[in-house]
Design a protein around this ligand. Structure first.
Ligand SMILES: Cc1cc2nc3c(=O)[nH]c(=O)nc-3n(C[C@H](O)[C@H](O)[C@H](O)COP(=O)(O)O)c2cc1C
Length: 170
């Protein structure tokens, strides 16, 4: 439970590089994610080039934390392998990377690419992605330079046993 509770979106990072071994650990965690029909329709684009990270921060305002991040992983789906479930499969892989990052002392932030068409098109063009490769999320990563508290989030009002009951009966 600690792992889930301590994972927060971290947008400030120290200048410490993320070691290659750690990147491989994050990717291995991603590949353990469940996928529809076990099709595993992913591609992972690792970005550790300072200039590209800075460009992304400038081009995509929702990813401005990349200006100070040493690493990003773009999770992509292959629509030729899984036409309809690639977004779900990419979401599962994204969450695995976030939790693995927390477990290993890294800060991370999930940044949406899909379903924002202009962001998807921007990534396809920038990284020369083939037609069937769909950029889904970008995960900013680095050693954390901010701490966040764990808020209480469990909400029994959003939990329903055996059906949704009319409000009067709750
Ligand atoms: C699908 C999705 C898209 C998100 N996109 C962005 C984003 O583009 N930029 C950003 O800074 N945070 C983004 N976030 C992070 C959320 O803002 C964050 O998860 C939320 O505020 C809850 O905070 P926590 O992650 O610390 O629990 C995204 C999260 C999800 C799940």
């Amino acid at each position: 439970m600690d792992l889930f509770a301590t994972r927060r979106s971290i947008r400030k990072y120290t200048s410490q590089e993320v070691e290659g071994q750690m990147v491989e650990t994050l990717l291995k965690a991603a590949f353990f994610a469940p996928t529809a029909r076990n099709l595993k329709p992913w591609h992972f684009l690792v970005i550790d080039d300072r200039q590209i990270l800075t460009e992304l921060a400038e081009e995509f305002p929702t990813m401005s934390m990349l200006a100070g991040a040493p690493l990003a992983i773009v999770v992509c789906g292959d629509s030729e392998i899984s036409e309809d479930f690639w977004p779900d499969d990419c979401a599962a892989a994204t969450q695995n990377i976030l939790l693995c990052a927390t477990q290993n002392g890294l800060g991370s932030c999930w940044c949406a690419v899909y379903p924002r068409v202009e962001r998807m098109e921007g990534f396809v063009e920038k990284f020369q992605m083939p037609e069937q490769i769909k950029p889904y999320s970008l995960i900013a990563l680095g050693y954390p330079d901010e701490t966040k508290q764990t808020p209480e989030r469990y909400d029994p009002a959003r939990v329903h046993y055996n059906g949704f009951k009319p409000a009067a009966e709750q």
